[in-house]
Design a protein around this ligand. Structure first.
Ligand SMILES: [Fe+2]
Length: 291
């Protein structure tokens, strides 16, 4: 089976007057929308930030959190700190303008999540298999239950030395769910309440979150699937921007350095076709609500 989920567009502008509009159906179908001629441009004085030394050594990313706009994860101070923050905020604004042009159906409903700059090389060796993003996975986070809310991400490769961002992508969400669902047990009664009450999770972990975490872990723990499962290699050259529902598209980051990323949240009912969502796909396969 060949995996062919990347769709390329010739856009050269982030703003509302670019050529590509209303492609909700493609992204909701689990396609990767790639814009090889849509660079995020750093000016001369900003190029100094293309260096991992600006990271604080603890966080993987330097990020701006919304709605407050605080900068996190950097050792920079003073004017450097302000310039670095301005760079990331500019990325957030351009990514948002692009998303609202590509997906006008989401206007008024798309919520801005973290904006991040990742100046470090993709980590190819992790202490834990669960955190190893060089293994194919869908995004699901133990401490941050999504309760069905979608995770839309805009990425840009800003590598100055010609190095591509290397990904693998895999089978469709439904095929992936069918592969592991039979082995996933229901959560223990009261476990979701307990995790929320003790602060392990930011909000209640629904059965949707339970299943998504198990899909994430099942794929990463399955070395046969990682090696032999349906997959394709995708290289995103510098100057490329790409847009993807990372809770739906099976992906792995294999290499690259210097990337921007903007996360957006969208509640399922605001999709153009909610039936394509992981929530509704899982509910259909399991024949019960996962709330
Ligand atoms: Fe991921």
């Amino acid at each position: 089976m060949s995996i062919d989920i990347v769709r390329e567009f010739a856009d050269t502008t982030w703003t509302a007057d670019g050529p590509t509009h209303a492609v909700e159906a493609l992204v909701e179908d689990g396609m990767v929308l790639a814009f090889p001629r849509l660079p995020f441009v750093l000016d001369e004085s900003e190029r100094r930030f293309l260096d991992p030394r600006w990271a604080d050594g603890k966080a993987k990313n330097i990020s701006v959190r919304w709605p407050g706009g605080e900068l996190r994860g950097t050792a920079a101070t003073g004017a450097d700190r302000e310039a670095l923050r301005a760079l990331i905020v500019r990325y957030a604004e351009q990514a948002e303008a692009l998303a609202l042009r590509l997906f006008p159906h989401y206007a008024g409903h798309l919520r801005r999540g973290n904006s991040s700059f990742r100046p470090s090389q993709v980590q190819t060796r992790q202490s834990s298999w669960r955190q190893d993003d060089t293994r194919l996975h869908i995004d699901a986070f133990p401490s941050n239950p999504m309760q069905g809310t979608r995770l839309l991400r805009v990425f840009s490769n800003i590598n100055p030395a010609g190095e591509p961002r290397q990904w693998r992508v895999g089978e469709s969400f439904e095929e992936h769910a069918r592969r592991y669902l039979p082995r996933i047990r229901r959560p223990l009664p009261a476990s979701a309440w307990l995790m929320h009450a003790t602060g392990i999770t930011k909000r209640r972990r629904t059965e949707y979150d339970h299943v998504m975490l198990h899909l994430h872990d099942s794929a990463k723990a399955d070395l046969d699937f990682q090696r032999d499962g349906p997959q394709a290699r995708v290289d995103f050259a510098p100057g490329t921007t790409w847009v993807v529902y990372s809770d739906q598209v099976l992906h792995a980051a294999m290499g690259g350095q210097h990337m921007m990323e903007q996360t957006f949240y969208l509640d399922v009912e605001h999709l153009q076709r909610p039936a394509t969502s992981p929530l509704h796909t899982l509910e259909r396969l399991l024949r019960r609500p996962l709330r």
